[in-house]
Design a protein. Structure first.
Lengths: 227, 42
């Protein structure tokens, strides 16, 4: 059953992404000021939405683990964080490429970019912490605390363009009061987001299955040592 | 622009390959440990 769900999610993601790629390259016109490079927004924004959604799910799963002590919540938090970290990495990479073209530099130590880098490093630290602790309950407890505090960084990244003077472009999406894009140009961002959420969900399910296999291996090893 | 799309898909592809390699390693280890605890035929 799980395999069918994973396959279904991947198929949905591929179909949506294929259709969206056609729309992005064949239908949507170049942006007036930026030209063709503006199309990078169609991967930059959906991946950050997916990443932040994942970090939020990890936050909720971590809180649930601390409340109930069920290691399945810890497994969910770890899987989601790992996948979201990959998507957050894409944000940094695509942002840098856009910045090189528009600003003439790969990187600027300005609030939005710097806070995003710190956010990425915080969650990378979360994964490194997990590797350093063998005992499952202690690993889960400490990871949950890091995940909860790490989400503060997500809020700072999201609000950075409101709180600080920043080089990063101001909101353009209508949902953030931007109004800088026509409906035809904004739509593919949300469809791409849906595709990435499907893809991320499939990856999280695979990751959680691998976590279950790891736990089974540990339990069988303990059984083997008893003989 | 194409570098941006390429970078995005390269990162996803790299992570999917890592997941696949990890899965293979875990399955092998699981099979090995299962054989260790299975009761031996009399």
């Amino acid at each position: 059953m799980r395999e069918k769900i994973i396959f279904g999610l991947v198929a949905a993601a591929v179909a949506l992404l294929g259709w969206n790629l056609y729309t992005i390259f064949m239908v949507v016109p170049d942006e007036a000021a930026q030209g063709a490079i503006f199309r990078i927004i169609y991967i930059h924004l959906p991946t950050i939405f997916t990443g932040f959604l994942g970090f939020f799910v990890a936050l909720v799963a971590s809180c649930l683990y601390l409340a109930k002590g069920d290691l399945r919540y810890d497994s969910l938090a770890a899987g989601v964080t790992e996948v979201s970290l990959a998507f957050a990495g894409i944000v940094l990479a695509t942002g840098s490429i856009w910045a090189r073209i528009i600003w003439g530099v790969w990187w600027a130590w300005e609030p939005r970019l710097t806070s995003m880098l710190i956010c990425w490093l915080t969650y990378a630290g979360y994964l490194m912490l997990r590797r350093a602790i063998d005992e499952p309950a202690q690993r889960a407890r400490l990871s949950a605390v890091v995940s909860i505090f790490g989400f503060v960084e997500v809020i700072i990244v999201y609000k950075a363009i409101d709180w600080f003077r920043t080089l990063h472009p101001q909101p353009v999406l209508s949902i953030r009061g931007g109004g800088g894009m026509s409906a035809g140009m904004e739509g593919p961002i949300y469809w791409n987001w849906l595709a990435f959420v499907c893809l991320a969900s499939a990856m999280v399910m695979v990751r959680m299955r691998q976590d279950e296999m790891s736990r089974e291996i540990d339990s069988l090893r303990r059984m083997a040592h008893q003989y | 622009m194409f570098y941006g799309f390429f970078a995005g898909w390269a990162i996803i592809g790299f992570y999917v390959v890592l997941l696949g390699l990890n899965e293979r390693k875990l399955r092998r280890e699981l099979d090995r440990v299962r054989q260790m605890v299975e009761p031996r035929p009399k």
